[in-house]
Design a protein around this ligand. Sequence first.
Ligand code: ZN
Length: 95
Amino acid sequence: MTTSHQDDAVRPAPIDCEVAVRRLWDYLDGRLPEIARAEVEAHLESCAHCPPHFDFARTMQRALAASSPPAADGDEDQLRERVRAALRRLADESR
Ligand SMILES: [Zn+2]
C-alpha cells in the first residue's frame, strides 16, 4: 500500500457505464483504490442511469446482510455473479 498525496499526479479518468457497473461491488465494499473510487463517483454524478443501479445494489446488499446468515464464500460469489449479470442486463437495456 503506497500513500501518495500528489494531487496532480492522479486524476479521475472518465469511465463508461460498463466500467462503473463492473466496479459496483468493490465500490460498495469500500475495496476500490482511491482513484478508482473517485472515477466511479465522478461517473455517478454525470450519469443518468447508473445511480439507480448503485442504489439498488446498496439496498440489496443491506437486505442480504440483514436477512441471511453468514454465507460461505462460494455462495456469496455466486450470488454476486447473478446480481452482476442482472445489473449488466439493466445497463444494456437502458443504453
Ligand atoms: Zn453510467
